[in-house]
Design a protein. Sequence first.
Length: 274
Amino acid sequence: MDDCTIADSLTNTLADLENIFNLAEEVRLSHNYSKCEVAILGTIDEDEHNKIWSKFNYLAPDIKMIKPCDPTLLGSPISYEAILTTIHNKTEKLNIFDERLLNISSHFAYFLLRQSFSLPRIIYFLRSSPSWKEEDSLKSYDDVLRSILENITNSNMSDSAWGQSSLSIKQCGLGIRHAVDMAIPCFLSSFNSVEFLISDLLPQNIQVDPSVKIAEELWFFRNNSKTPKGCNRKFQKSWEVPQTNYLSQHLLLNCSTDEDLARMKSSTVQETGA
């Protein structure tokens, strides 16, 4: 039998779990309770937590308890504590590449960082969880990313240069997208692409996660742009382009010298790099 996930109130979850065990026995399927896991989410006291745990352990001996900071579903965290744990783990893994990328040429290191080791490694995580709520933790990930880029380019990047690095090549950037900037576009485009499935699968009395509305308001506040409409809402590019355009204009308006302004403007024309 393939893996399955049950999530509901205590009474319903226990009933569903017992029903699955009974149905499995009817077709002579054995149970490996040691591979079963249970996560008790929500704010409860220790005594209540132990009572709930004892009921699951009685029904499925040797079932494993997952801490609130660890539960994931198909690699996506299902609690806010787990979001912090996931970001921390991904930051630690990114840290490993800091020294390793120095062992190859700068050109190859930059290519690997841009195409694989930076945002692409966390894109699924950003799309499947409201990670934007943990901005400080995402900034820690970006700090490691910045350190790696500085080592590859053998330079100390100013805050302005670091912001510019997140822009596309044709916008005078390096194409190294930052986790803090991409968290909301990833989350909103992902939600809007599956919203119709959510409506079909879940009962009508279940309300949409308020995180979606909050994310849209925060995106509007940061970019001073209207939210995408219609089918465009499901495309990540629709949320990302206004954001990068706003950043590009902000950098242009805040160039400290005429030389910097001329360099940025010249880098955005079509013939640059031809």
